[in-house]
Design a protein around this ligand. Structure first.
Ligand code: RRO
Length: 308
């Protein structure tokens, strides 16, 4: 057990050194350098960009977001300014010493490789491969549903970049373990678990689906037990670290993810409306939990619920 004064949230994983175990979830506060700067200044260990495509996209028509029981549904439709434009924002953040994880998606191996190269050259500290957006199935299919595709895309991105690669997986699959193992085989340095859960809302008065896209991705507290189960299952099957994502809104949620096997957590719905303070609150709460329970390091907590 370490001395109390030495307690630290620093984590070294996937070749990366993060000053804390929290990040924003991609898509939330990740659309511009100023917002990502605020995320980092608020205590996040890294700032994660909105998922970037090879070219800009306007996204789906409104309504794209609706509050539902226990969370939020979104069908943004991958609105983003494109890798080329955002590479400059990444450069700006790197000049300020901010740790940046660039999230991206594409629809061909060539585009995945080119985007990975461009975002790496811009100085991204790590890449997050988004293979799991639930809102574009009709267009490009959800790569994260197929283990062979996940392995192939991961390997192509690893070949194009020397940066750590996180692979973000979907809970909308029969067996997430099989997909996580494929990502690891492809060379992934970490797994992010999970993206949103496919869901929908219907308005009883209008008698129509609320979202223009009809279906969307559920995030927030209702997603937590699902993503937690995914982290739990993946932890037993892979050696690489896991980043828990889904319904973290306080330190207790973060600790539960650590106990399930996550080494870090991403926070999305809880910061959606500018709740930047949650990063500091989670960091402080985890430290306090360590003190109360005589943990010397966060590593001692990771996977703790699996041990007898
Ligand atoms: O933009 C979106 O609609 C979106 C993305 Br890229 C994603 O990965 N997850 C999600 O819930 N929405």
């Amino acid at each position: 057990m370490g001395k109390l004064t030495e307690l630290s949230l620093v984590v070294e994983f996937a070749g990366l050194r993060l000053r804390s175990r929290t990040m924003n979830a991609s898509g939330v506060l990740g659309m511009s350098a100023p917002l990502l700067r605020r995320v980092y200044e608020s205590g996040a260990g890294a700032a994660v960009t909105k998922s970037l495509g090879p070219t800009g996209r306007p996204g789906h028509s409104n309504p794209t977001v609706v509050e539902v029981e226990g969370g939020v549904l979104n069908a943004m439709g991958l609105p983003n300014p494109g890798v080329g434009y955002f590479a400059d924002e990444v450069r700006e953040l790197k000049r300020e010493g901010i740790t940046v994880v660039s999230s991206f998606f594409a629809s061909t191996l060539k585009e995945f490789s080119e985007s990975a190269r461009a975002l790496s050259e811009a100085g991204s500290d790590a890449l997050e491969l988004n293979l799991s957006c639930p809102n574009v199935e009709g267009e490009v299919g959800m790569c994260a549903a197929d283990a062979a595709s996940v392995e192939r895309v991961t390997a192509a991105v690893k070949a194009a970049s020397d940066k750590p690669v996180f692979v973000k997986l979907s809970p909308n699959v029969t067996d997430i373990v099989q997909i996580a193992v494929a990502a690891e085989k492809g060379g992934a340095d970490a797994i992010t678990a999970t993206n949103t859960l496919k869901a929908m809302a219907i308005d009883a008065d209008f008698r129509r689906p609320v979202l223009a896209n009809v279906t969307g991705g559920l995030s927030g507290p209702a997603l937590k037990p699902v993503s937690l189960r995914c982290v739990w299952e993946i932890f037993d099957a892979v050696e690489i670290p896991i980043i828990g994502c889904g319904g973290v809104s306080g330190w207790r949620d973060a600790v539960e993810y650590l106990l399930a096997g996550a080494s870090a957590v991403q926070i999305g719905a809880a910061v959606r409306d500018g709740g930047f303070e949650v990063f500091g609150e989670v960091n402080a709460g985890v430290l306090e939990y360590m003190r109360r329970n005589s943990y010397g390091s966060v590593a001692e907590i990771v996977g703790g619920a699996h041990r007898e």
